[in-house]
Design a protein around this ligand. Structure first.
Ligand SMILES: Cc1cc2nc3c(=O)[nH]c(=O)nc-3n(C[C@H](O)[C@H](O)[C@H](O)COP(=O)(O)OP(=O)(O)OC[C@H]3O[C@@H](n4cnc5c(N)ncnc54)[C@H](O)[C@@H]3O)c2cc1C
Length: 328
């Protein structure tokens, strides 16, 4: 059964979202699920197809069971130079970047959830800048990977990326494995994200909802400064409409506009208590990703990429154990 509160007591908090769990899930051939893929998706070639408005995803995804050629193999592979193919401006500080993999039938080789390391050294730089990013394209996507990157005014890598134009190249190395997801690994997961912390959560969401064998239920709590900062809003809304019995999202804005029907201020313990699966549920997992302030308040920061550190903050106060929480 889906957690107690996430789909009942939480309802008043969640007026900004259109559909509730009382509605039946759409049939698999719903027009929203198949905007372009049509018969191909039904036949199985669209196993990884996602209703995110990205028509290209359906065409180039790897059929289930087919042999894959990974672009990133880890070990001593070193850095691989990828050509920037497309750039899309998403909002006032965020762009989406599509990088071509070396071969058109390559997949990235990043298993969910994983990140990838970028490297850039400007002509006047003493040292190279290295920063990790989380591709938002599917694990089975052939030919390219997509990054969603927010620009920080004095941030060397995000500024470099935002200045790049199609045709230029960037060095990548990976994968950087994070939390290894497998089919139905957990009964119910809670995702608590701030800003670009949505990217690993989106990887999980796509993997779960692209797989017809998945039964995992997902609750997302997504905090942002303004409404314009909410990344992947359309994609998240489509998922909610398609899977109302298994996916719910709660949006929290620091600076809510007039008429905002979601939550405002910071992500509070009260909200988390109401919407997340209860700690006593056996097979749950909570994932947290966001700026240091959010991490500190919700779960405590990681000590290092390999050390999750102790659990503290709101999740500890709510009775969750360290084992029930993963900090990206
Ligand atoms: C595993 C992992 C995956 C990541 N995935 C993504 C992703 O998909 N998209 C994305 O945009 N970023 C992602 N990041 C953050 C990214 O690696 C860089 O830290 C970020 O782009 C800033 O790099 P920079 O060189 O431009 O600026 P930096 O010099 O690193 O930082 C510039 C300023 O911004 C602050 N800052 C940096 N990151 C954050 C943050 N997340 N929240 C608040 N303040 C911050 C710094 O404290 C500094 O003041 C990820 C980070 C990790 C660890």
């Amino acid at each position: 059964m889906f957690a107690r509160s996430a789909f009942r007591a939480a309802q008043p908090l969640r007026t900004c979202v259109r559909h509730y769990a009382t509605e039946s899930a759409p049939k698999s051939g719903s027009s929203m699920l198949l905007p372009v893929a049509g018969a191909a998706a039904v036949a199985g070639a669209g196993y990884y197809y996602f209703a995110g408005g990205e028509g290209a995803v359906a065409k180039g995804t790897q059929a289930a069971g087919a042999a894959v050629k990974p672009a990133f193999t880890g070990g001593d592979q070193g850095f691989v130079s990828l050509k920037l193919a497309e750039v899309e401006t998403v909002n006032h500080n965020t762009k989406r970047f599509r990088f071509e993999l070396p071969e058109s039938d390559h997949v990235s080789g990043l298993h969910i959830a994983s990140a990838i390391l970028t490297k850039f050294k400007g002509p006047n730089d003493e040292k190279a800048t290295l920063r990790p990013y989380t591709p938002i394209s599917d694990e089975g996507q052939q030919g390219f990977l997509d990054l969603l990157v927010k620009k920080y005014p004095d941030g060397p890598m995000s500024t470099h990326l935002h200045n790049m134009v199609p045709g230029q190249r960037l060095d990548f190395k990976g994968p950087l494995p994070k939390y290894a997801w497998s089919e139905n690994k957990h009964e119910h997961i809670g995702l608590i994200a701030g800003g670009t912390g949505i990217t690993p959560m989106y990887q999980l969401l796509r993997t779960i909802f692209n797989n017809p064998k998945e039964k995992t239920k997902v609750t997302l709590v997504f905090g942002n400064v303004t409404e314009d900062d909410i990344l992947l809003k359309k994609e998240l809304a489509e998922l909610e409409n398609t899977y109302p019995q298994r996916f719910r999202a709660f949006y929290v804005l620091d600076k809510a506009p007039k008429g905002w029907t979601g939550n405002s201020g910071f992500i509070t313990k009260d909200l988390l208590k109401t919407v997340l699966p209860e700690s006593k549920n056996e097979n749950i997992k909570l994932f947290v990703c966001g700026p240091p302030g959010l991490m500190k308040a919700i779960s405590g920061n990681k000590v290092s990429p390999k050390d999750q550190g102790e659990l503290s903050g709101a999740l500890k106060d709510l009775g969750y154990s360290k084992e029930q929480v993963y900090k990206f």
